[in-house]
Design a protein around this ligand. Structure first.
Ligand code: AFD
Ligand code: MN
Ligand code: MN
Length: 424
């Protein structure tokens, strides 16, 4: 289904007076409002093709109905999100869950919904039907060269799919690791992985990037071969200038200082971008900003400061993507909440008084520094985010409109109650 501009405008009109009141109040304290609004309008967050169905755990999965069963329907769902918030203008494909049978037709369909193709993701953490060698004991780090070869070929295949769609980057996340002490020789595993990555890197088109995502544990519980940002950086630094480290917020050990990691990766020109989500304990893949919005703000604060220091384009120089799962919510509503949380944190970071902060830092005024950051974090920037959304043709209240238009009910009618989207 398509959401018409007219429906969105109609809904906005009924909310306009209340919105304008709130926006004017918020705008009174902000100097460079137009620049901030333009940055919010430009900022786009890619939606992964595996996040459109109801997620599950290893204990079970409770489908919500009307899930997209095909890649075409997934694109349609992201089109709906983008129509509502004008901030979800890209899709990140997972291969082989979402291999396009006709790349040109898929490209056309995406363009029809104003969507671009973000990074393509390889999968060597599961065995596929008819696969010759098993990844039970890893892929790029495997002790058997034939398994490594198969995993390398798969990644090269993924690049080819990406080229056909106009993607410009490959994200590699490996589950390679070990569950028990003694299972692996760490150095051999590292070297095997590095050599495999070198072959994949060599297959990248000249204008492509390779993103190497790290994760502390799970599915392996003793060691992970790309287990943290240091290990990822070691690989990407040795690989070359087209290799970058990707930060997934849920992939750290508890209480890691992610904002510091981000700052240093950017300093070294090695930050690929993000998989946004939130977590309480581990790789929980919860809605962005649902558990620790202050941390998200602090990350964005480092991002804005670091990108400005390098005159980077906020919207295009790093890769922004959601990587969340939705066990108990409607996936589309959950994604709308995640995007909103990202835009709020970004807007708050944009209003930080950077000059005053620098000044406070230079004289070790710790209290002042904290006051400055928290003043931005405690500002209600929702009217700014809503204004940017409306100016770019989106809805003032996306979730409210999604519900009042009964979008999910319509999708269930079109697709049925018992539908299962590919993904985890
Ligand atoms: C994993 C990683 C990675 C991967 C995805 C698969 O975050 O991004 O592609 O989940 O569902 O946890
Ligand atoms: Mn991820
Ligand atoms: Mn994850």
């Amino acid at each position: 289904m398509l959401l018409s501009k007219q429906l969105i405008e109609q809904s906005n009109n009924t909310l306009l007076t209340a919105h304008q009141r709130k926006f004017e109040l918020a705008a009174a304290d902000i100097n460079n409002m137009n620049t901030i609004l333009q940055k919010l309008i430009d900022f786009q967050v890619a939606i992964p093709s595996w996040a459109l169905g109801t997620g599950g755990t290893r204990f079970g999965r409770f489908s919500g109905g009307g899930e997209p069963g095909t890649l075409e329907q997934k694109i349609e769902d992201i089109g709906l999100l983008h129509a509502l918030n004008q901030s979800s203008g890209a899709i990140s494909l997972h291969i082989p869950w979402d291999i396009p049978s006709d790349a040109n037709a898929i490209k056309k369909l995406a363009a029809h919904h104003h969507l671009k193709f973000d990074a393509v993701n390889s999968n060597t953490f599961q065995d596929q039907k008819d696969q010759l060698h098993s990844y039970k004991f890893g892929s790029l780090h495997h002790v058997d060269k034939a398994v490594r070869r198969q995993a390398i070929e798969h990644n090269i295949e993924v690049i080819k799919h990406g080229v056909a769609l106009g993607s410009k980057s490959l994200t590699v996340w490996l589950s390679d690791g070990s569950c028990f002490p003694g299972q692996l020789n760490f150095r051999t595993a590292w070297k095997n992985t590095f050599e495999s990555l070198q072959e994949i890197y060599a297959a990248l088109p000249s204008d492509w990037k390779l993103f190497l995502e790290y994760k502390a544990y799970e599915p392996n519980f003793y060691s992970t071969t790309v287990g943290d940002w240091g290990q990822s950086l070691l690989y990407t630094a040795k690989l070359g200038p087209k290799a970058f480290t990707l930060v997934d917020l849920g992939h750290h050990l508890p209480n890691a200082n992610i904002e510091q990691i981000v700052s240093l990766l950017m300093m070294e020109d090695k930050l690929a971008g993000f998989h946004f989500n939130d977590s309480k304990y581990g790789d929980d893949d919860l809605t962005v900003g649902s558990i620790n919005p202050y941390q998200l703000f602090l990350i964005f604060n480092e991002l804005v400061e670091g990108m400005d220091a390098k005159s980077m384009n906020h919207a295009t120089d790093l890769a922004w993507m959601i990587d969340a799962s939705h066990n108990v919510k409607d996936p589309l509503e959950d994604l709308l909440q995640s995007i909103e949380a990202i835009m709020i944190a970004y807007a708050q970071a944009l209003i930080v008084d950077t000059n005053a902060l620098k000044e406070a830092q230079s004289v070790n005024d710790v209290v002042k520094a904290q006051e400055i950051l928290q003043a931005a974090f405690r500002t209600d920037v929702r009217p700014l985010v809503a204004e940017a959304r409306m100016q770019s043709g989106g809805a003032l209240q996306p979730i409210q409109l999604f519900r009042s238009l009964k979008v999910r009910e319509q999708l269930i009618q079109e697709r049925g109650v018992v539908t299962v989207a590919t993904g985890l």
